[in-house]
Design a protein around this ligand. Structure first.
Ligand code: 5AD
Ligand code: SF4
Length: 458
């Protein structure tokens, strides 16, 4: 999944916030887009029970932090935030602090025991229980529910998009993950894979259309495994239904999994103009022995064939990836294979990480974390340097082209410029003229950096 910090867009003033007389919820979200979608469900559940959202932490009656466990530093960041919340609680005794999401699931009771200031611990499948748990906590008991479910998809709940730009929304199409990559904590924190009823997905798309949203991203840990009613509807078919339902909306999806990504999905992408030409296809490593140790289920050659299929069927597709450096026993030569596959695939963009051992995963139980930290860092830097070069080269090829850009906001650097994304998910900055946030604008690219395309609207 893609880290949401990359996706922050300007907040819209939301009438749902700070309604007087209601209890006030302050919610902070870390981790992936799925967590953003989950926080919107949490607000939906609590709003029905007398809460409004505040973005002023000092006003809060309840602080919830929706957490991520994917790497150790994700957890460290949250522990840092908890210290701040505790200092606020010292001055405001009846303030409740809750940890929800993946860390709640992974650390469970330990969070309540180690940290006497935490009142609530709620895992990703227990959000419906929040009103009851908050009430328990209000009465002075510690409240916890970390049960994972095989069925829960929150299908009937309408998320409250309290922190949205009003343009782009996430819709969760499945939950959990059955892949069991050896390094990954997600199957433990989010449980078994399950698909959401397509009718409820389409209903949510209709709600977004009614609210004049312009873009939707279908979310799942591995969207290619979407499967409704024992094969009645697969991911390609769902994608088609969504594309037909919202012909004037941009459709994106994340995350694809190399072993499961079918040509059928690629043909559906090429058939519908409103499905964005962008795929996030995490490779993790370019070496087949490491991939096997990671239990990814594909080899270097298999992965390369999938990239070739994308280039063949969706020729103008932007491709991004995730990379882990310094996985257990990775040698210099194996690391070179990662660099060479990056060079070969010419990724538009990559999310790059040092391997972080997560307790109880297959890798933690079976393989020593034996690449020294400074070596992981050195390899990571090489990967980052190469990706910067590849991103720049890819952007340079776009100079002179014309793209349709969906405007998301005003550029941070200049009030006179707007920014948005093209279909390939590249950020484009251009002159404002009379264009508005939410418009689709034709932009001719005149210059670029490794991170951004610069253009003139036509
Ligand atoms: N250490 C480092 N990176 C990890 N990822 C997942 N687990 C770990 C880990 N233990 C990365 C993968 C994944 C992305 C969301 O996070 O690259 O695709
Ligand atoms: Fe998302 Fe949980 Fe994975 Fe973090 S650990 S990326 S929050 S699924």
């Amino acid at each position: 999944m893609i880290d949401i910090q990359e996706y922050k867009t300007p907040q819209q003033t939301n009438l749902l916030k700070n309604q007087s007389g209601k209890k006030k919820l302050y919610i902070e979200t870390y981790g992936c887009q799925m967590n953003v979608a989950d926080s919107e469900l949490v607000v939906s559940v609590l709003q029905k029970h007398g809460f409004s959202v505040t973005d002023d932490i000092q006003q809060a009656d309840v602080i919830l932090v929706n957490t991520c466990s994917i790497r150790e530093n994700a957890e460290t960041r949250v522990f840092g935030r908890l210290e701040l919340f505790k200092s606020i609680k010292k001055k405001k005794r009846n303030l409740l602090i809750g940890v929800i999401g993946c860390m709640a699931e992974r650390l469970k009771k330990q969070l309540l025991e180690d940290s006497r200031m935490v009142d609530l611990v709620v895992g990703p499948d227990a959000y419906r229980d929040l009103p009851k748990l908050v009430a328990e906590a209000e009465s002075g008991q510690k409240a916890i529910n970390v049960l994972l479910s095989r069925e829960e998809t929150y299908a009937d709940l309408s998320p409250v998009r309290y922190d949205s730009n009003g343009i782009s929304a996430f819709v969760s199409i499945m939950r959990g993950c059955d892949n069991m990559c050896s390094y990954c904590v997600v199957p433990f924190t989010r449980g078994r894979e399950r698909s959401r009823d397509p009718e409820s997905i389409l209903r949510e798309i209709q709600e977004l259309l009614d609210l004049e949203y312009k873009e939707v991203t279908l979310l799942g840990q591995n969207v290619d495994k979407y499967n409704w009613n024992n094969g009645e509807i697969n991911f390609a078919q769902l994608l088609e239904k969504v594309a037909l339902k919202a012909p004037n909306m941009r459709i994106r999806f994340s995350t694809s999994y190399p072993q499961d990504m079918t040509n059928e999905v690629l043909y559906t992408m090429s058939k519908y103009q409103n499905i964005c030409k962008y795929i996030h296809l995490p490779v993790q490593s370019g070496n087949s022995r490491i991939l096997e140790k990671m239990k990814r289920g594909y080899s270097r050659e298999w992965y390369m064939e999938r990239i070739e299929a994308i280039r063949r069927i969706v020729p103008d597709c932007g491709i991004s990836t995730d990379i882990i450096t310094g996985f257990c026993s990775e040698t210099q030569e194996e690391h070179q294979d990662t660099l060479s596959i990056m060079q070969w695939a010419k990724y538009e963009f990559a999310y790059m990480f040092k391997y972080s051992e997560r307790p109880n995963t297959f890798a933690a139980r079976n393989f020593p974390d034996d690449v020294p930290d400074d070596e992981k860092t050195r390899r990571l830097q090489e990967v980052i340097d190469l990706q910067n070069k590849l991103s720049l080269e890819s952007n340079q090829k776009d100079v002179g082209k014309i793209f349709e850009v969906l405007v998301e906001g005003t550029s941070k650097k200049s009030e006179e410029r707007l920014f948005g994304r093209n279909s390939q998910n590249k950020v484009v900055v251009f002159n404002k003229k009379n264009h508005q946030i939410g418009d689709f604008v034709q932009v001719k690219i005149v210059d670029c950096s490794s991170a951004t395309l610069l253009g003139e609207s036509l």
